[in-house]
Design a protein around this ligand. Structure first.
Ligand SMILES: Cc1cc2nc3c(=O)[nH]c(=O)nc-3n(C[C@H](O)[C@H](O)[C@H](O)COP(=O)(O)OP(=O)(O)OC[C@H]3O[C@@H](n4cnc5c(N)ncnc54)[C@H](O)[C@@H]3O)c2cc1C
Length: 381
């Protein structure tokens, strides 16, 4: 087993970054990258801002996998899907055969959540979570098309803004009563809604898509309320779910994601995980499906894999909502924290506990430039 490589599964930000971090410490240990796609790297956050800038998918690609493989001295196994894992034999099984590993890093991300929909066009509903999805979106949308977005969360609102700016007619349906209801104080939600409404976005709150049918050469969605929406495309943005079923069968401990300890080690000592697929002990057992946690986790894991066990310590990591009509910057309290949102000044909200501690903030519009100052408001958690 000594010649078996460090095997990394997945060529998203998590997979590539952990390899780069590992190579800073160790240039010679064999590394293999197994991935279901081509392995070419691109910045995923750009997917929800690219249409308005008329960016082609090829323009989003920032490196070619085969070139990176040479630069990082790794064996690339692209277009290969992992199907099962044999922990005892330290083998990853794929549709291209089995691969041995000395250490395995699971960085295979999360898949869009699909809810069962009725109707003869339910299978046309799409999500954008990979570069090729964005290509598909561009292929499907003709100028002036009508788009119905399922979900007024972070990704749904970003797409509403981007597609609205690109000249499409956008409607958004969400069972909640307002935009980004899980993240924002009510007044901030309303401000975002108004900004996007001014762009032409129409909202269907307290409602959800139940049925999608072909209708007169286009589509017709029927909402749970019975209201119908004529459109050309339904885009689902209702969240992502880590792919864990096949790993649970292998005996790895999973909950919402793959459970990892402070060293990013799973319940098997030879297997590690990070990125959208991981559920972190170092973050109160939360999923952290964002860029900054991946960079932090990859740095720690690169050192650990090279022989220097390094606990991951996540700093406060504000998240930007890329909605140019009203940019937002959020630092959220730990879920379940007792406290309330207070408006501190125009376009600034603080999450305050009863004892007067600030545990989160939302900055809107021009106030997003106050990031450094706002970080100082936060009490240690
Ligand atoms: C539209 C959009 C906008 C976003 N905007 C922001 C933002 O502004 N800021 C921010 O912080 N975060 C943002 N995010 C989240 C951020 O992009 C993700 O957290 C991050 O890219 C996830 O990286 P990952 O490597 O964990 O997963 P992924 O990028 O999903 O990579 C997973 C990789 O695993 C491969 N794979 C999957 N299953 C298998 C299998 N069974 N076998 C082999 N290979 C497999 C895939 O091909 C892929 O290469 C956004 C996400 C989306 C979708």
């Amino acid at each position: 087993m000594s010649n078996a490589p460090v095997l990394v599964l997945g060529s998203g930000l998590a997979g590539w970054t952990v390899i780069k971090e590992f190579r800073k410490h160790d240039t010679h240990t064999p590394v293999m990258l197994v991935t279901s796609g081509s392995g070419d790297a691109y910045p995923k956050p750009a997917l929800s801002t690219a249409f308005a800038q008329n960016k082609l998918p090829a323009q989003l690609r920032n490196s070619v996998a085969s070139e990176q493989a040479v630069a990082l001295n790794l064996q690339l196994q692209a277009h290969t899907r992992a199907t099962s894992l044999d922990l005892a034999k330290q083998q990853l099984h794929t549709d291209q055969g089995a691969f041995e590993y000395s250490r395995l890093v699971l960085a295979h991300g999360a898949d869009p959540i699909r809810i069962p929909l009725q109707g003869d066009a339910a299978d046309t509903v799409m999500s954008v979570n990979q570069l090729h999805d964005y290509q598909l979106l561009r292929d499907k949308l003709q100028a002036g098309a009508r788009v119905l977005i399922m979900g007024a969360g972070l990704i749904g609102c970003e797409f509403a803004n981007d597609l609205g700016r690109a000249g499409f007619h956008v409607q958004v349906a969400d069972p909640a009563s307002r935009a980004l209801s899980a993240l924002l104080p009510e007044a901030a939600s309303l401000q975002l809604q108004q900004a996007l409404s001014a762009l032409g976005v129409a909202w269907h709150f307290n409602d959800s898509v139940a049925r999608v049918n072909h209708h007169g050469g286009a589509l017709q969605a029927t909402l749970a309320s019975g209201q119908t929406v004529d459109c050309d495309l339904v885009l689902s943005a209702i969240g992502l779910r880590p792919q864990t079923a096949w790993l649970k069968d292998a005996g790895l401990s999973c909950d919402k994601g793959i459970l990892v300890n402070h060293l990013l080690q799973t319940s098997d000592p030879h297997v590690y995980a990070l990125g959208d697929v991981a559920q972190y002990a170092s973050a109160d057992n939360r999923l952290l499906p964002y860029v900054m946690p991946i960079m932090t986790a990859a740095r720690a894991l690169g050192a650990t894999l090279s022989g220097t066990p390094t606990n991951v310590v996540f700093p406060v990591m504000p998240v930007a909502v890329k909605s140019p009509e009203l940019p937002l910057l959020l630092a959220l309290p730990v879920p379940g924290s007792a406290g309330e949102w207070h408006s501190a000044e125009k376009d600034v909200w603080k999450f305050m506990t009863a004892s007067g501690e600030c545990q989160g903030f939302v900055l809107a519009g021009k106030q997003t430039a106050q990031r450094a100052k706002a970080l100082q408001w936060l009490s240690p958690q």
